[in-house]
Ligand binder design. Structure first.
Ligand SMILES: [Mg+2]
Length: 245
């Protein structure tokens, strides 16, 4: 019996690139119209948005609001028209279900989910974020077809969600996996409830002292991308795990 949970953003579908693009558009706009450098505009935004994450969590309005706030901080005589332009840049990160559908899965992800379904595992989606945003991604990728249940949690809500799933089921925590691209949000959440973490940093791979430490644990698996995981689905089969230990 195995339960496998998946993160969504940058695990099943590329999303981070939308935020990078919006931030660059913002910094470009500021540095083109004012004697402010691109880098300074970007840094100011990052600082303001970081503070605002602590205050507002993952609510949809946060990102565009941080952009307007950064504009007002950088520019001495802000104009309403420009403020609206900047807010609009912030909102470009939110796509329609149709746009997410056209974007599709991260390479290899659909094959992984299809095969795990065929193997008969219980699959759950656990994604942190604003329901109004995440639901469009769920709909765009038709994730209800692949998962037993989808869960959209608050910021930092993943351990609690996974813990509840374990508690309400007959799974032992060592038969439970969380697959994700974030060491902090996914892998640590899994370890917090004694489950296994499957770390797929995709393109954000950075070897740090911390990742090296996790690399040596037998409850953390690491793969370069979904295609590599697809070649190694045996990690989810208990008999194979027992043989290897
Ligand atoms: Mg993610």
């Amino acid at each position: 019996m195995t339960l496998i949970a998946f993160d969504l953003d940058d695990t099943l579908m590329k999303c981070g690139k939308d935020y990078i693009k919006a931030k660059e558009t913002f910094a470009e706009f500021i540095s083109t119209n004012y004697p402010i450098t691109f880098d300074h505009a970007l840094e100011t935004f990052e600082e303001i948005d970081q503070k605002s994450v602590e205050k507002y969590g993952l609510s949809m309005e946060r990102f565009p609001k941080s952009m307007v706030k950064s504009y007002n901080e950088l520019v001495s005589n802000p104009l309403v028209k420009e403020e609206e332009h900047v807010r609009g840049v912030g909102y470009t990160v939110f796509k329609s279900a149709n746009e997410y559908s056209n974007r599709g899965f991260m390479s290899g992800a659909k094959e992984v989910l299809t095969r795990l379904n065929e193997m008969g595992f219980e699959l759950h989606l656990i994604t942190a974020g604003d329901k109004r945003v995440q639901q469009k991604k769920v709909d765009g990728l038709n994730l209800d077809n692949f998962f037993n249940e989808t869960h959209i949690t608050e910021m930092g809500g993943k351990p609690e969600c996974l813990g509840r799933l374990i508690e309400n089921s007959q799974f032992d925590s060592d038969e439970v996996f969380l697959v994700g691209n974030s060491m902090r949000s996914d892998i640590k959440s899994a370890l917090e409830v004694d489950a296994n973490g499957v770390y797929i940093p995709a393109h954000e791979w950075r070897a740090t002292e911390e990742t090296q430490k996790f690399e040596q644990r037998d409850d953390v698996y690491m793969f370069e991308d979904m295609n590599e995981l697809h070649q190694n689905l045996g990690i989810f089969e208990q008999e194979k795990r027992l043989q290897n230990h």
